[in-house]
Design a protein around this ligand. Structure first.
Ligand SMILES: NC(=O)c1ccc[n+]([C@@H]2O[C@H](COP(=O)([O-])OP(=O)(O)OC[C@H]3O[C@@H](n4cnc5c(N)ncnc54)[C@H](O)[C@@H]3O)[C@@H](O)[C@H]2O)c1
Length: 442
């Protein structure tokens, strides 16, 4: 039997679960987890407990973040999986490569142009490989849109209109923890919109050229609460009696996994997972509008808000021969004062997808959206197959994302941040020069 590919993972928070589960269970015939690294021993120990009790596998060696080099030297992974908070991605990607490993990183590849340049330089210097795991691309209905565009359903794309709304459950969660600080996440234009900009880049097969953005914090934060006359006199929610009627109340102690991964790990990591979304040190926007021009001429209109009463997105691509429109509702928003059945019914009503084609001068038609199972509308499962099966299937749509795709997807957000700061449109090349793309569009 050929040697298993060996992986170490750095960053044992919530997202690590998908990779650890995959490596020790479904994909363990060809792959092996050999080490874990984090700032929190409590979190690593919890994962080792899961590895033993839930998956019946052998616990793996654990290393504090300060001993990352030691982990690589002792565990000798082929590839390091980076699932830390975003502001540390570049550090572990670069160090992994310098120590002779390939790297797989969660999105966003990194959070600013300087760090993206450093990653490009490390790839050049070490000759190592970096994959960015854009699971959204792998959701079957999203892949379907790409295939339809490649098949010329709209002709040559000219315009993209993309509106993503994060709801009061999911959107608020970014304001509770490290994501709420721009120097840790790049803000939602990088942390979250990297997914969306990546889809657009991939669908229309081009990279952005010029970016303009207006953004503000208009709902979360102390100042906005004060403007509305709302008073929230607590720093966090867990076990705070006066917070219990707050619609944003989140109790870590009432959830087994949140207790194990975060509450019990506060002492050794200093990471508080349930901060008040109306506190005063938040530095990211919650309302953003981007206008951008692509290298192939396409004009993008994009918006993102993080406090919507429903979650999902609408996107349309209009071209020389027609228009395609996708609605994707996620149905997870907070509803108060109704029975569990009524809430489930209301959420389910919004949990649907619609795909329409409007050919130029012809009758519109609906297309059944392709369905997937599991996390991120089936995207996680297909991504893992692609990453961890020994013989990856053909990839005519180039779904596997490179470091260039990773950089292209954050550059829109990095430039949008700079545009908010300066009030000016930003030339993407001034931040990082991406190689020319060989277009595959018809
Ligand atoms: N593709 C997706 O759909 C998806 C979904 C969720 C998260 N993510 C990404 O996964 C990554 C992790 O997100 P998460 O939700 O697990 O966050 P999390 O806060 O639960 O976990 C982050 C982990 O990073 C660790 N960490 C922080 N600083 C570190 C350092 N200096 N060295 C080593 N470890 C450090 C923390 O201790 C924590 O265990 C993020 O980059 C996020 O964008 C992607």
């Amino acid at each position: 039997m050929s040697k298993k590919t060996q992986y170490a993972l750095v960053g044992t928070g919530g997202r690590a679960l998908m990779y650890i589960d995959a490596l020790v269970d479904k994909y363990s015939d060809n792959n092996e987890l050999v080490g874990l690294c984090d700032v929190s021993q409590v979190r690593m120990d919890w994962y080792n407990g899961q590895i033993k009790d839930r998956w019946g596998a052998e616990p793996v060696p654990t290393y504090h973040a300060d001993d990352f080099d030691k982990m690589v030297a002792e565990c000798k992974p082929d590839t390091v999986i980076v699932t830390t908070a975003d502001f540390m991605h570049h550090h572990y990607i670069i160090r992994s490569m310098e120590l002779g490993c390939n790297a797989i990183t969660e999105k966003p590849m990194t959070i600013d142009g300087e760090k993206a340049n450093a990653i490009f330089e490390a790839i050049e210097r070490t000759g190592r490989d970096l994959r960015v795991t854009f699971n959204y691309r792998y959701a079957p209905h999203v892949t379907q849109v790409c295939r339809m565009l490649r098949d010329g359903v709209v002709g040559t794309p000219l315009s993209v209109d993309f509106s993503w709304v994060l709801d009061t459950r999911h959107g608020a969660d970014y304001f509770r923890r490290w994501h709420s600080y721009k120097d840790k996440s790049g803000g939602l234009l990088v942390h979250k919109a990297t997914h969306h900009f990546d889809l657009i880049n991939w669908w229309i097969d081009s990279y952005p050229k010029t970016v303009y953005c207006i953004g503000d914090r208009m709902f979360y934060g102390a100042e906005n609460a004060a403007k509305r006359g709302e008073v929230y006199n607590y720093d966090r929610y867990t076990d705070v009696d006066e917070a219990k009627d707050d619609p944003f109340y989140l109790s870590l102690s009432e959830d087994e996994r949140l207790t194990a991964l975060y509450l019990n790990a506060e002492k050794d990591s200093g990471y508080v997972r349930d901060q008040n979304v109306f506190r005063d040190d938040i530095t990211i926007e919650d309302t953003m509008a981007v206008t951008a021009r692509y290298r192939n001429g396409v004009i993008l209109n994009y918006s993102l808000i993080a406090y919507s009463p429903w979650e999902g997105y609408r996107v349309s691509v209009t071209g020389t021969k027609g228009r395609i429109e996708l609605f994707d509702g996620h149905g997870s928003h907070i509803i108060k004062g109704q029975s569990d059945e009524e809430i489930a019914e209301a959420q389910a009503a919004n949990h649907r997808q619609e795909l329409m084609v409007y050919p130029m001068f012809a009758v519109p038609y609906g297309v059944e959206p392709a369905k997937g199972e599991g996390g991120h509308a089936g995207g996680d499962a297909r991504l893992l197959d692609d990453l961890l099966l020994p013989d990856p299937t053909d990839d005519p749509l180039k779904t596997a994302a490179t470091h260039i795709d990773g950089a292209a997807s954050i550059l829109m957000g990095v430039c949008a941040n700079e545009s908010i700061r300066t009030g000016q449109p930003i030339d993407v090349d001034s931040v990082l020069k991406l190689p020319q793309k060989q277009s595959v569009m018809v």
